[in-house]
Ligand binder design. Structure first.
Ligand code: NAD
Length: 492
């Protein structure tokens, strides 16, 4: 595949807030919502085959517009074509295939066994669509993180309004085109725009909100949802730690950490945020990581800056945020162990390793979300676990070790949305694992059957015949009824 051609615009990465909201946003939102509300029962009574048909059309559209998707990834922040394939196109296509393969089974009501007291009943769980749903997505994987939730929403029989990020206008515009070409807006609609549009949407009543973004905005979304008691799925971020103990295969760990950290220029919710390394192997791991970065992207700063395999920081605002994080951390005593070059005009931050980072420095306090990685030595695994536990529960946790007792200790002694052992980030791509955070890193799960369930209500349906033992317990509460209730409470 020929890489996307760098146009004049492509060399000037997008600036914050370029997508403008539609005029009369309030009336646009009201009209869309009214249209989707009127249509939602027709959509939710659709068969599995009809829903599969819609999802197949998305997959076909993706195949047919591959080049446009690669180009949009490049235009937004110079994302390498291979990374667009792997992190935007592949997750959407695998999700679509997986859902099409299993949806009939997922939609089928699930019979449940009666307890002794329920012996005369037949009961099942039915999966009903929530109704009209809202999907708010971030900029870092703008295609994947908008279209995968859309597939789940369709699978569960919902209408959806999408609001992608304003920071990646090329990809958001392309998703808008896809939605317009494939769907009637009474079923799926997309509104481009910034916070103003998101807030206009959040002020309205939806039946479910699926939000992917920062914990800060997650709080705003949850607060808005609470006004209507709307259910939410919150896919958030945080500081995902890596633990490398003295028994780990260091080169393997270094290769995986470097790739997981630097894909998308570190702008990944599950990227390693800091690495806790046993002191005995600290220097060896640092060297292995440095040489892997050189092998992947070039032997000196100039070569790495020229590398076609590293994306750029998405915009000036995030560039300034990262440079401040780096400068303040260094001012507080952190040492740059590798890299450190920054070029504002190119939104370029070199892959950078930090050591001796004080715990209070921004690099150890804020989600980094860029190509800067603190390495922190530990002497005792308990100290490493205490450090992880002192922070909010992360979205992901990675442990590299060849000792099963150490792995068990790390998993039992911490909490995180997901975890990988001797691997980084791969759990995101596993179709049978739930993907999501816990508390500060999120709420609820996505992907496969978990995405289907996020957009469904599990409705308990109990069927009974005319005969019911419960009738014998109806008033008046005679002594005999009291005795019967007593026996029921005791034995059934
Ligand atoms: P963000 O929270 O700034 O924005 C996400 C969406 O919310 C955008 O559509 C944006 O327009 C909207 N928004 C922004 N401010 C708002 C406000 N005040 N009120 C209402 N809506 C608002 O997130 P981002 O910068 O686009 O993405 C980065 C964050 O997302 C990181 O924290 C990252 O870890 C997280 N993330 C999580 C996942 C996941 O699956 N858990 C995936 C990707 C990114």
């Amino acid at each position: 595949m020929v890489p996307p051609v760098a146009t004049a615009e492509a060399e000037t990465p997008s600036t914050y807030g370029t997508a403008s909201p539609p005029p009369n946003i309030e009336t646009t939102v009201d009209a869309l919502l009214a249209a989707q509300r009127a249509n939602r029962w027709a959509v939710s009574s659709s068969s599995a085959s009809e829903r599969i048909g819609k999802i197949r059309r998305i997959a076909e559209w993706v195949e047919q517009h591959r080049d446009a998707i690669l180009q949009a990834g490049y235009d937004d922040f110079r994302k390498p074509a291979t990374e667009v394939e792997l992190t935007e196109i592949y997750p959407v296509l695998t999700e679509a295939r997986h859902v099409c393969r299993h949806l009939k089974r997922w939609m089928r009501p699930k019979w449940v066994k009666p307890s002794l007291a329920m012996i005369s009943t037949r009961s099942q769980i039915q999966y009903e669509a929530k109704g009209v749903t809202l999907i708010l997505s971030p900029w870092n994987y703008p295609f994947n993180l908008t279209v995968v939730p859309l597939i789940s929403a369709i699978a569960a029989g919902n209408c959806a309004i999408l609001k992608p990020s304003e920071m990646t206008p090329a990809m958001s515009g392309l998703v808008a085109r896809m939605v317009t070409e494939l769907f009637d807006q009474h079923e799926v609609a997309l509104l481009e725009g910034d916070v103003e549009v998101a807030q206009a949407l959040l002020a309205r009543r939806f039946d479910h909100i699926f939000f992917t973004g920062s914990p800060q905005v997650g709080k705003i979304v949850m607060e808005a949802a609470s006004r209507h008691l709307t259910t939410v799925t919150l896919e958030l971020g945080g500081k995902s730690p890596v633990v490398v103990d003295e028994s780990a295969h260091l080169q393997d760990a270094a290769d995986k950490v470097a790739w997981g950290k630097l894909i998308n220029q570190g702008q990944t919710c599950i990227a390693p945020d800091y690495v806790l390394v046993h002191r005995k192997v600290f220097e060896a791991f640092k060297d292995a990581l440095s040489s892997t970065i050189q092998k992947f992207y070039g032997h000196d700063s100039a070569a790495r800056r020229q590398s076609p395999d590293l994306a750029r920081i998405v915009n000036e605002r995030h560039f300034r945020r990262l440079r401040r994080l780096l400068d303040e951390s260094v001012a507080q005593g952190a040492k740059v162990a590798f890299g450190g070059e920054t070029v504002a005009e190119e939104l370029w931050i070199e892959p950078t390793l930090l050591e001796q980072v004080p715990e209070g420095a921004p690099a150890m306090q804020e989600e980094i979300f860029g190509p800067i990685l603190p390495l922190v030595p530990f002497d005792d695994l308990d100290d490493a676990l205490a450090k992880i536990r002192s922070k909010e529960k992360p979205l992901a946790l990675y442990v590299f070790s060849s000792r099963s007792d150490a792995v068990r200790k790390v998993l039992q002694g911490t909490s995180s949305g997901g975890a990988c052992v001797n691997e980084v980030a791969l759990h995101f791509l596993h179709p049978n694992l739930p993907f999501g955070g816990i508390n500060h890193s999120g709420h609820g799960s996505s992907h496969g059957v978990y995405g289907f369930k996020a957009f469904s209500h599990e409705r308990a349906v109990l069927k009974h015949t005319r005969f019911s033992a419960l009738k014998m317990m109806a008033p008046p509460y005679t002594d005999w009824v009291k005795k019967l209730v007593g026996l029921t409470v005791k034995f059934l």
